[in-house]
Write a protein that binds this ligand. Structure first.
Ligand code: PEP
Ligand code: MG
Length: 289
């Protein structure tokens, strides 16, 4: 799944110390001792401003967000990486995910810092392992870089919330343009198809961690596109499991094929709602889109 570390930063009145972070991350990792836990490095900026670090910008979603902020503050980044690696000693179940990466240079710089943190720590404790490292595909530029970065990372995870926002140039939190934020917009569906195909060719593990993966309609469409790893809120797990157990991957592929030929987001939504109605799944659909 996806553990958004900024949430615990948002609950503090100052930057949490390395020791405080270790305690926090250990409690998460030990809750799932046999499962892989994907922890994302700090993704502040945009809509998530820390009360103790106000950032004034005209365009916060296009500004000092995620990896851009942490690479400008390597002290904060290194402290977080060290805390994550130390926390994973008992269960070795940590994967690290990098948010808001828009280019190879940012990725290289982050990987260099992660490597440095690992080398420092392993001198003190030989049990400290290098975790799997992934990058979020949420800035559209990364779609085209996949073949060039595949060797550098262990997996990628698609942030459909931001990917949709940046593909359609629509603020995901602005009610005035909420109808322009279409999670089934043909370009979004085609981008997701393209990412899946590319990752398959590259043998690069891919997961979807945006809200679309936990939405009953979105989840079935994503499985139709070929995705097999979906991250979602616990409240959606049972619903999505039920739907997947009562559908067949071939019929979902057929729906996805139809969706890839439609020029309007509403068409895609209708294809999916008709399928839900035919299957007796309508009770799973929220009012609105
Ligand atoms: C996303 O952008 O889809 C995502 C998972 O990250 P967040 O919603 O935290 O920006
Ligand atoms: Mg995001």
């Amino acid at each position: 799944g996806l553990y958004r570390t900024e949430i615990s930063f948002l609950l503090h009145h100052r930057f949490p110390s390395e020791e405080e972070q270790v305690l926090q991350y250990k409690s998460v990792l030990s809750t799932y001792p046999d499962k892989r836990v994907v922890m994302r490095t700090l993704d502040i900026g945009g809509d998530k401003a820390l009360p103790y670090l106000p950032i004034e910008e005209d365009n916060p979603f296009l500004g000092w967000r995620g990896i851009r902020f942490t690479l400008d503050h390597p002290d904060i980044f290194l402290m977080q990486i060290r805390a994550m690696m130390k926390s994973s000693v008992d269960h070795q179940n940590l994967s690290i995910l990098l948010p808001m990466v828009s280019g190879t240079q940012e990725l290289d710089s982050a990987l260099e810092l992660i490597d440095r943190a690992h080398q420092e720590l392993v001198k003190q404790d030989s049990r400290i392992a290098m975790p799997a490292i992934g990058v979020m595909i949420e800035v559209p530029s990364m779609i085209y870089l996949l073949p060039l970065i595949a060797e550098k990372v262990d997996f990628v995870s698609i942030g459909t919330n931001d990917l949709t926002q940046y593909l359609l140039a629509v603020d995901r939190n602005n009610a005035r343009v909420a109808d322009v934020y279409e999670s089934m917009h043909p370009s979004v569906v085609m981008a997701l198809e393209h990412i899946h195909q590319t990752c398959e060719q590259l043998k690069l593990p891919v997961c979807i961690c945006g809200e679309l993966a936990g939405d009953p309609i979105g989840a079935l469409l994503m499985v139709g596109l070929g995705y097999r790893s979906l991250s979602m809120n616990t409240s959606n797990v049972a619903k999505v499991k039920y739907l997947l157990r009562h559908t067949d991957s071939h019929e979902l592929r057929e729906l996805a094929t139809q969706a890839l030929m439609k020029p309007y987001g509403n068409d895609n939504y209708s294809i999916m709602t008709s399928f839900f109605a035919d299957k007796g799944f309508s009770c799973f659909i929220r009012a609105g889109k």
